[in-house]
Design a binder for this molecule. Structure first.
Ligand code: CO8
Length: 258
């Protein structure tokens, strides 16, 4: 598809995006981010795809925003161009689930990109951190906000203020990642989990993603009401009948996304 900084593949109804700037530890430059959001939007619009995986290399998921590209920017540049906002918003518009499969470094914008995904599967080699403080700046895409919600104030504050890295075991213990997987099995396991999701009723999957994300945006009472209304709404789908019939008839369901 003519991408320079990512590789794109499909397997078992799963869209796989591999960040590929080996010369720069997959640092997120403007070109990579443009390609990434374009690839995700294409998978989101593709009816044969039910879920996505974003991964990097064995060494690095992504070592952050590209420091060499950012260095010459002034406040005027960043504010006028609303640096990273279009890419951030484009990621959040993706309605199908995205799994981050993280091996090696996920630092700064790399950790933030992983946290923008719906959940993180970590290789036992993964290292997470928000080292922006060492560059005289601070996180710009959720390191001070999402990380705090995921691991709590104390750990997020320490990581943001000192720039220390968290290994995979600590990340799992703290709730940042859902599971740790041996590095050599990471991609296969992530694709297999995504394929399982892709096999489920697509409308129920999208509604579930929206409902879980809503829990970060609203009060418990509003979130519970949103959940219940979405639950009610799914009874308007053919897949609800198929899923329940399949259970009663002791067979596998064949969902059609209707
Ligand atoms: N930007 C640009 N180049 C990078 C980056 C980066 N973030 N990280 C590594 N590289 C380059 C190095 O400059 C080096 O290039 P060269 O060979 O030309 O000198 C090459 O990748 C290999 O890196 P190292 O030699 O440093 O490899 P090590 O194994 O010794 O160290 C580390 C690996 C620990 C990952 C180290 O490279 C490092 O600390 N990198 C920087 C990490 C960092 O500070 N990240 C935060 C960046 S700021 C940020 O992310 C702001 C977020 C705002 C929102 C972002 C939205 C996308």
């Amino acid at each position: 598809m003519g991408y320079k900084c990512i590789q794109v593949d499909t397997r078992d109804h799963v869209g796989l995006v591999t960040l590929h700037r080996p010369q720069a530890m997959n640092a997120l430059n403007a070109e990579l981010l443009r390609e990434l959001v374009e690839a995700l939007a294409k998978f989101d619009a593709d009816e044969t795809i039910g879920a996505m995986v974003i991964t990097g290399s064995e060494k690095a998921f992504a070592a952050g925003a590209d420091i060499k590209e950012m260095r010459p920017k002034s406040f005027v540049d960043t504010f006028r161009d609303d640096l990273f906002t279009p890419e951030h918003n484009a990621m959040l518009r993706v309605r199908k689930p995205i799994i981050a499969a993280v091996a090696g470094y996920a630092l700064g914008g790399g950790c933030e990109l992983a946290m923008m995904c719906d959940f993180i599967l970590a290789a036992d080699t993964a290292k997470f951190g928000q080292p922006e403080i060492n560059l005289g700046v601070m996180p710009g895409l959720g390191g001070s906000q999402r990380l705090t919600r995921f691991v709590g104030k104390s750990k997020a504050m320490e990581m943001n203020l000192t720039g220390r890295f968290m290994d995979a075991e600590e990340a799992e213990r703290s709730g940042l990642v859902s599971r740790v997987i041996p590095a050599d099995k990471l991609i296969d396991e992530a694709v297999s989990v995504a394929a399982k999701i892709a096999d489920k009723a697509p409308l129920a999957v999208m509604a579930t993603k929206e409902a879980v994300n809503r829990s970060y945006e609203t009060t418990l009472a509003e979130g519970l009401l949103f959940e219940r209304r979405m639950f009610h709404a799914l009874f308007a789908t053919a897949d609800q009948g198929e899923g329940m019939d399949a259970f009663i008839e002791k067979r596998s369901a064949k969902f059609r996304g209707e």
